[in-house]
Design a protein around this ligand. Sequence first.
Ligand code: NAP
Length: 312
Amino acid sequence: MKAVRFHDFGDTEVLRYEDAERPTPGPGEVLLRVAGSAFNPVDDGIRGGYLREVFPVTLPHTPGIEASGTVDALGEGVTGVAVGDAVVAFLPMTAAGSAAEYVVAPADALAPAPTSIPLADAAALPMVGLTAWQALFDDAGLTAGQRVLINGAGGAVGGYAVQLAKGAGAHVIATASPRSAERVRSAGADEVIDHTASEVTTDEPVDVLLNLARIAPEELTALAALVRDGGVVVNTVPTIPTPADEARGVRGVGVFVRGDAERLARLTAMVDRGELRVNVAERVPLAELPGVHARAAAGTLPGKVVVVPPTA
Ligand SMILES: NC(=O)c1ccc[n+]([C@@H]2O[C@H](COP(=O)([O-])OP(=O)(O)OC[C@H]3O[C@@H](n4cnc5c(N)ncnc54)[C@H](OP(=O)(O)O)[C@@H]3O)[C@@H](O)[C@H]2O)c1
């Protein structure tokens, strides 16, 4: 099969589009014929070798932690899923990934794919959708009527976070540059602040600050001052410490996304009910994944990118 792999850690040149052996599912696993594999910023860190201690991958490694596809074969003991089923998965971070024609996935990571969007596009949902949900509701405990400031709403996680927070009845204040402002507004943000043009501030304190942007630690500390006493700061960016303020009862929670096939199935059902939109900026052939990593490193990706293998 064709796959994109790297045999050494390093810059984007280490990525090779090459032939690799088609994997075989073990007990409790399935083989997926990949329809789509979504790029995530963490793929860049894993390839660059910066995350070796957190996510120790074996070389050569195939990147890609989000997948959509069709079940092609079942490993021993797998029940509840059949060959031919269209599914999505948030894959284990250190296993061989979805930037390939086939990938092995744990059966208990699978959720039914939404039927109302192209199967390839559904790859843009699993990990980022779960991150948005868990950050807002499991980690921050956001409820109807609360005010949430989403910093970095112009990105992939932010697109879902705005929709989910709004759908839950929160007042959503979002930061977005001009290139993302319209998308963030149409996702349901009540207020959009251009973080490139003005200081990010709010008229009234917020209950929840969700940070999704790679900003300087002191910038995040300044944003945390906008959180009311007893509120919460949740932060997905692991390289920035999450500020808390004990004196004011403000909690700080560093988000670490967890696999949750049941929640993922609820998210795909929301897509089919028209309650959650999946935004895909570009679909590119698998062979062009190295260029996607290069554009991500240069900060020029236009949004969520899905790569599509030649046989999909
Ligand atoms: N901890 C976890 O479990 C976990 C899980 C998922 C993701 N993450 C991390 O969470 C972050 C967001 O993920 P993502 O997939 O949404 O990334 P993304 O698509 O790259 O989105 C980040 C967005 O931040 C915006 N941004 C850039 N500079 C900004 C600034 N100074 N102020 C405000 N916004 C700014 C950009 O949009 P505009 O410039 O257009 O506004 C960009 O699209 C990444 O760092 C990712 O690695 C962590």
